[in-house]
Write a protein that binds this ligand. Structure first.
Ligand code: DGL
Length: 272
């Protein structure tokens, strides 16, 4: 199985594209719904929770875990890769979803000015700025945190006037930072669900970049380059959905993120 982790439901927007691109693979999706959202949590909490989830997915037999959560990718990935992985499972891999976006973003802008929206945790970590600078040093990057959007999406208020107002507010703020921005990277897994509101709020010349498609393409490329990992991932076209909250809660609310009905399983993540 290929493990896909998110704080809650948002990673389903990434899983959708992974399944589309790699339909033969088995996937284990784990949402830490009982402790979501992660966006405003401390570095230490996000790191601890994410490590617990990664260990859990390893224990199920996933040789590769994708942190399909920007906040976890920003605050926990590096420490897990450098400090924990060599001890707990040197043969396994953990990848995030910020680097694949950073590698690609420069291919989309004409003006060389891009905007990044994300949770408070993702934005204050500066991860996007640092990663993008590695691949595209001449790009001008502005960022803005959007703390109200995840709670509104989690509540299913996708078209609510309050959500529309906040989307307008955040897009206005980022465009005020640079009027040359022509590419807006949605650096949070929940934001693709607000695509219509973003399109409405943005001038026509600004393109929106979501993560699912790009992360799926990059994962496929990674597995081609790493056949030793790929061959350890089972391939029967099965998906299992795991949640730290109740299965009923997950099945009901996942409908905003996933088109068909879901059978979920409640799990308890043990402390390492
Ligand atoms: N999935 C998270 C992300 O992409 C957002 C949800 C949260 O704050 O937990 O940043």
């Amino acid at each position: 199985m290929l493990g896909v982790f998110d704080s809650g439901f948002g990673g389903l927007t990434v899983l959708k594209d992974l399944v589309k691109k790699m339909p033969g693979y088995d996937f284990a999706y784990l949402g830490d719904n009982a402790r979501a959202p992660y966006g405003n949590r401390s570095f230490d909490s996000v790191y601890r929770y994410t490590l617990e989830a990664v260990r859990y997915l390893f224990s199920l037999g996933c040789p590769l875990v994708i942190l399909a959560c920007n906040t976890a990718s920003a605050k926990a990935l590096r420490t897990i890769q450098q400090k924990d992985l060599p001890h707990i499972a040197p043969q396994n891999r953990v990848l995030g979803i910020i680097r694949p976006m950073a590698e690609e973003v420069g291919n989309f802008t004409k003006t060389g000015h891009i905007g990044v929206l994300g949770t408070e945790g993702t934005i204050t970590s500066q991860s996007y700025l640092l990663e993008i600078a590695k691949f595209w040093p001449s790009l001008h990057v502005k960022q803005e945190s959007c703390p109200m959007l995840v709670p509104l999406v989690e509540k299913g208020l996708l078209k609510h006037p309050a959500t529309e107002m906040f989307v307008e507010e955040y897009t206005k703020k980022i465009l005020e930072k640079s009027e040359k921005i022509d590419t807006l990277l949605l650096g949070c897994t929940h934001y693709p669900l607000l695509q219509e509101l973003f399109l409405k709020a943005l001038p026509k010349n600004v393109k929106i970049l979501s993560q699912g498609n790009i992360v799926a393409k990059k994962t496929q490329e990674y597995l081609k380059k790493h056949p030793e990992i790929d061959k350890r991932i089972t391939k029967n076209g099965k998906i299992c959905f795991l949640t730290t909250d109740s299965a009923e809660f997950f099945e009901k609310n996942a409908t905003f993120f996933w088109n068909s009905s879901i059978k979920a399983e409640n799990i308890t993540i043990l402390q390492p």
